[in-house]
Write a protein that binds this ligand. Structure first.
Ligand code: C5P
Length: 401
């Protein structure tokens, strides 16, 4: 993979109603040439500036217009599009679209997808220089930047309206390059990353078992973010009800022992190992072959300790860079640091659980990332944003190790 490649990426291009929209068929071309699949959504009136048929021809997909009708929703509806996208790129982004993004309006297809998606949003602003310099636009720009929106341009120079100043959309080739640069931070390009995720299931009999509430979301989000950063990802997953990223090599397991074997079978080829799974500490000594009957008033289940997968990986002779997770209800940093030392890890991501706002089963999370000589706070955000921030920091630490 070249450093600026968009190989395998799915780009949802939102075209809003500005004169620069006439350049978007070329933009679709430039993005496709870097390896991405592109679908296009037009906002209301954008078809006054660019022919939908031209966009259909270059993208190879029917173009979605602004309306959310029963008919359009019965095909690839707004939620499907929101899930499909690896990034939503709005080019040109008018002052009006920027304002609607800030407000969180869901008043037509493109803005609704932006509210519904977990993918990053990128904008290439294009407008008259006075509109660009307007206080409201500048304040909207600052808000979008603060929320993590990728902002490409604008350029300065002669404008379609005859004025000269900032507000010209970047050239298609530069937008495509800027987009590619966001994905390939280069650090994980070509690296093998193994991630464990989800809970384990320790069978008591064929129908019952011991498990926990881990949904797998954080591990799957990290797998997605590592893929976006160019890594080849092996996802060793306990039983989860979420869809894994389609470019991950998925190894489905049930118990901690199975997870241990699956990890050990491939660990010697890995550059980075991230243990996110909530592995059961103990398993029943013997799982019954048939359903246990309720014949007695009491029942004692004897448990035996499971292997510590992460600690075993850290002791392996071809040891990858090791990252652990520590979910704690109190004294989070102290306990996590203890785990870092005991399990001989390079990094540990500590998060506060047990409250109602972060941790297991809730969409948002905050993390403190601890190494032998550094503590980095990653503020509360949704698990997908957090995963991307975490992968960035892991890549940095891996490079410096
Ligand atoms: O010791 P504790 O369970 O709190 O450590 C959590 C970290 O260790 C997580 O990264 C988890 O994935 C990993 N772990 C493991 N195997 C176990 C227990 C925990 O890989 N048996």
């Amino acid at each position: 993979m070249t450093v600026n490649s968009l190989t395998n990426k799915r780009v949802l291009l939102g075209v809003s109603a500005g004169i620069a929209a006439y350049k978007t068929p070329d933009l679709v071309r430039k993005i496709s040439e870097l390896g991405a699949e592109v679908q296009v959504i037009l906002t209301k009136n954008a078809d006054q500036f660019v022919a939908p048929l031209a966009l259909q021809a270059v993208s190879g997909h029917a173009v979605h217009d602004h309306a959310m009708t029963a008919e359009s929703e019965s095909g690839m509806g707004h939620i499907d599009l929101a899930r499909w996208a690896d990034v939503v790129l709005i080019a040109p982004a008018t002052a009006n679209v920027m304002a609607r993004l800030v407000a969180g309006n869901a008043d037509e297809l493109l803005t609704t997808v932006c509210v519904a998606t977990e993918a990053p949003i990128a904008i290439a602003p294009a407008m008259n220089q006075q509109m660009w310099q307007n206080q409201a636009t500048q304040s909207n720009l600052a808000t979008l930047a603060e929320r993590g929106t990728w902002i490409f341009g604008p350029d300065a120079g002669e404008q379609a309206c005859g004025e000269v100043g900032p507000g010209r959309m970047l050239q298609p080739v530069d937008i495509a390059q800027a987009l590619a640069q966001q994905f390939t931070n280069g650090a994980l390009s070509g690296k093998n990353v193994m991630i464990t995720a989800g809970p384990t299931w320790e069978a008591l009999d064929p129908v019952r078992g011991i498990t926990n509430h881990s949904s797998g979301t954080m591990g799957y989000a990290l797998a997605q973010a590592a893929i976006e950063a160019g890594a080849k990802v092996t996802l060793v997953s306990g039983p989860c009800n979420i869809t894994p990223p389609d470019r991950a090599n998925v190894r489905k397991v049930t118990s901690a022992l199975e997870m241990h074997s699956a990890v050990m079978a491939e660990v010697n080829t890995q550059d980075i190992f991230i243990g996110v799974a909530a592995v059961a500490d103990y398993r029943p000594v013997d799982a019954a072959d048939s359903k246990i009957k309720k014949n007695n008033d009491e029942m004692i289940i004897k448990l035996v300790k499971n292997p510590d997968i992460l600690a075993d990986v850290a002791l392996h002779e071809h040891r990858p860079f090791c990252v652990g997770f520590a979910a704690e209800t109190n004294d989070v940093v102290d306990y996590a640091r203890g785990k870092l030392e005991r399990k001989k890890l390079d990094l540990i991501a500590a998060n506060h659980v047990g409250g109602t706002e972060t941790g297991f089963g809730v969409p948002d999370n905050a993390i403190t990332l601890i190494s032998a000589d550094d503590v980095i706070e990653l503020p509360k955000q949704n698990k997908y944003g957090l995963a991307r921030a975490l992968i960035k920091e892991i890549a940095k630490a891996y490079k410096n190790a």
